[in-house]
Design a protein around this ligand. Structure first.
Ligand code: F6R
Length: 262
């Protein structure tokens, strides 16, 4: 895993945005795996700015979101459909037909999940998957003990994740739906490139375990140690518990410029 420590989450998000922009320029119909939550907001802002000022073109891009709450309609202000529309899609030129987000109201969840996997496959697989990390080490909504080989399926959130996400539900944890549809760890691991973003001191423990701890289902993000091309962009607080932070900075500072955004 390549670890890129930036002075701020804004710098880190800009670096991640440049990598995604390069992918989209080289492959205009790239399939992007997208995440919600607080972490990718600056990344989406940076991509929107590139679209508006430099004409970064998303018209052929296909998108696949990681997850969605079960029971929330697309129009619900806390659904991930709504989040993606408000924070990214309505500001760029992604075609609605090319947007894929798990359907939280699917009548047959199992069939829906099977078809979601088939849609990713039909798109040729995901070129770049954006991820955040939960304070318990989850990726997507693959909570600790999730199978490392899991595919898109229903999951039950842990009380800790419900607590973390209550901030999006006016602080009321009773409003956070306990069930979600999420891509599995196996689904995520199939992406050709993974862009992991981790910001803030509340992620420092999970980041250290993900990068320097043992690979274990207790820390789902540790599966990324087995991924061929994962880039982890952190700010200083999120990197504060890494034992080898100076080494990662040393490595990055010696990379040739042409390699930095790829
Ligand atoms: C969101 C997702 C989650 C979040 C994680 C971090 O689609 O899959 O894994 O990335 O819970 O959330 P934030 O960014 O809000 O700290």
């Amino acid at each position: 895993m390549e670890v890129i420590i930036s002075d701020s989450s804004k710098d880190a998000s800009m670096r991640a945005a440049r990598l995604i922009a390069k992918t989209v320029k080289e492959k205009p119909d790239a399939a992007l795996g997208l995440a919600t939550g607080g972490t990718p907001l600056e990344l989406y802002r940076a991509l929107i700015a590139m679209h508006k000022s430099d004409g970064l073109d998303f018209s052929k891009v296909r998108t696949f979101n990681l997850d969605e709450y079960i029971g929330l309609p697309e129009t619900h202000e806390h659904s991930y459909h709504f989040f993606m529309h408000e924070n990214f899609f309505k500001h760029v030129n992604v075609k609605p037909a090319n947007i894929h987000i798990p359907n939280g109201l699917a009548k047959n969840v199992e069939r829906f999940c099977f078809e979601y996997e088939a849609q990713i496959k039909a798109a040729g697989g995901i070129d770049v998957q954006v991820l955040g990390i939960g304070s318990d080490g989850h990726i997507g909504f693959n909570e600790p003990t999730s199978s490392m080989a899991s595919r898109t399926r229903i999951k039950t959130l842990t009380p800790a994740t419900i607590e973390d996400n209550a901030r999006f539900f006016n602080g009321d944890k009773t409003l956070v739906p306990p069930h979600v549809i999420t891509m599995g760890i196996g689904t995520i691991m199939d992406a050709r490139t993974i862009v992991m973003l981790a910001f803030g001191s509340n992620k420092a423990d999970a980041v250290a375990k993900m990068i320097e701890g043992p690979i274990t289902a207790m820390v789902p993000a540790s599966a990324l140690q087995m991924h061929e091309r994962t880039k982890c962009f952190t700010d200083l607080p999120a990197a504060s518990k890494l034992g080898h932070a100076e080494y990662y900075k040393w490595v990055y500072s010696r990379k040739p410029d042409w390699q930095k955004d790829s």
